[in-house]
Design a protein around this ligand. Structure first.
Ligand code: BG6
Length: 486
């Protein structure tokens, strides 16, 4: 609000991401009074669209994606006047670019935020066009959606192209998982509580599991998804970023420079998975038909109407080779069409060293801290306790539960809103540096290459299950098992 003016320019402005996530996030920012009075929102798309038709499309999206009662007529009237659809073919530097440049330059004092919700192969060209039309000022910011590239080489090329026109301080590589409320709370939990940080290492922690499970299938993203697959779509970014936040050293200050430097050290310490280890430590799956939430669903190949070896499930046993994490496996998994939608980080502690209670008192379960990203955001601590109503000592696992929705009045989580406001405020703490993105690709490249070898085929799993049985076997070999919701 203290900015003189703000121009948010969304390339891919009428696309799925824009309508589903960005417009609701911007509207919520409006609702909270966080948009400067002179804010304009430009939605760039190849097809031309009349202003009224575009406003109606955004309105429809808001009705669908906002929570009940969030849509306020008065605020909508303000918000809708900010919306400007622009028809522009990025690939052609022509009079469309000129007329867009005129529109933007009508308010030269404004800070421009360019949001690229388009295929990464167009990032370089878009930046070059913005530069050619002199639309980049020292205050401009650019937001890049993931995945950046499809391997290390392509990611480096894209980062280089963007770097020709934008300084790293003005590049926001967005990973919406970092905007989720519980993820930010993970930092607060770790770095403001002596209780946990003193136990946060391989001396006390037995294993870490990070699961991003989805029930949806391909949705409308057939072409994109079949080219990407789970490793590129979820592991390269969301899963590895979460792993970094769990594993990083406490930064001396929680600012962008220090957080990003610590995350990078974690990525550099990831033990390479190459050669035979790829077969031993990773599992790749693809869903067949089955039942999800009580309804029959087709298999991946039927949804796709084509042959494909793209994985819709990935599981990895990873290690971080440093002093803190020596010997602690990090199990990562993600999949589509699984039994339930949930995203969780499980920190499982080691068993107690001495059993003072006899066996008759019951089986001890190791302590677990469960950080739940969605749904029902919160943090649970699983402890052992005595059943108080019994005379003889009998032990039972109990749960301490911090439920965000019940604890914080008016709590509602919108990761994109949070991150867009960070871009506007110029705070890069929750965005990835190019070195992180490239390090993550470098670690995954050998796995990608092996998985995409013509002889490699994903393991089938039934839709509505917890993934291929090979993923269970991966943990069982080490005496472990996946922690699924009850
Ligand atoms: C996106 C992936 O980054 O995250 C999608 O491209 C996935 O495939 C989505 O469905 C999951 O996000 P969320 O916030 O719904 O868990």
């Amino acid at each position: 609000p203290d900015l003189p003016g703000l121009d948010i320019v969304i390339f891919g402005g009428t696309g799925d991401l824009s309508i589903r996530k960005l417009m609701p996030a911007l509207y919520r920012s409006e609702l909270e009074g966080k948009l400067a009075a002179a804010t304009r929102i430009f939605a760039i798309a190849r097809k031309s669209q009349a202003v009224a038709a575009f406003q109606a499309k955004v309105r429809q999206g808001l009705e669908h994606y906002l929570n009940d009662g969030e849509l306020c007529e008065k605020r909508w009237q303000v918000f809708k006047d900010r919306l400007h659809p622009v028809s522009l073919d990025i690939a052609a530097v022509n009079e469309q670019w000129d007329s867009f440049a005129d529109q933007l330059q009508a308010s030269p004092q404004s800070t421009a935020v360019f949001y690229l919700a388009i295929p990464p192969s167009l990032y370089g060209q878009t930046c070059a066009c913005l530069a050619e039309k002199s639309l980049i000022s020292p205050q401009s910011r650019i937001v890049l959606e993931k995945p950046i590239g499809y391997d290390l080489e392509s990611a480096q090329a894209i980062n280089d192209q963007v770097a020709q026109h934008f300084d790293e301080h003005h590049i926001y590589r967005i990973d919406h998982y970092l905007g989720k409320a519980t993820v930010q709370n993970l930092l607060a939990l770790r770095f403001t509580n002596l209780l946990f940080e003193t136990l946060w290492d391989g001396k006390s922690i037995d294993q870490v599991q990070i699961t991003l499970a989805e029930t949806v299938g391909l949705e409308d993203r057939v072409e994109f998804y079949d080219r990407a697959g789970a490793l590129r779509d979820m592991v390269q970014n969301h899963l590895l970023q979460l792993l970094c936040l769990v594993a990083m050293e406490p930064p001396h200050k929680l600012d962008a420079e220090n957080i990003r430097a610590e995350k990078l050290k974690v990525l550099k310490a990831l033990r390479p998975i190459t050669g035979d280890d790829i077969h031993r430590l990773t599992v790749r799956g693809q869903y067949g038909e089955g039942e999800v939430n009580g309804a029959p669903v087709p298999g991946y190949l039927t949804e796709l109407s084509a042959e494909s070896k793209t994985e819709t499930y990935a599981a990895i046993r990873a290690h971080i080779d440093n002093w803190r994490w020596a010997g602690v496996p990090f199990y990562l998994r993600t999949g589509k069409r699984l039994q339930e939608r949930f995203a969780e980080i499980v920190i499982q502690f080691k068993p107690v060293t001495h059993l003072a209670y006899g066996r008759a008192a019951g089986q001890l379960q190791p302590n677990r801290m469960i950080i739940r990203l969605q749904p029902d955001e919160g943090i649970q601590l699983q402890l052992m306790a005595k059943e108080l109503h019994r005379y003889e000592p009998h032990l039972k696992p109990v749960t301490l539960n911090l439920d965000f929705a019940n604890t914080y009045e008016g709590f509602s989580s919108d990761a994109y809103k949070r991150l867009l406001l960070d871009v506007i405020a110029g705070d890069q703490s929750l965005f990835a540096h190019r070195h992180e993105v490239e390090e993550a690709w470098g670690w995954l490249d050998p796995i990608l290459a092996a998985w995409h070898h013509p002889r490699n085929t994903p393991h089938p799993y039934q839709a509505g299950s917890w993934g291929p049985e090979q993923a269970d076997a991966l943990l069982e070999r080490y005496g472990h098992h996946w922690v699924n919701p009850d």
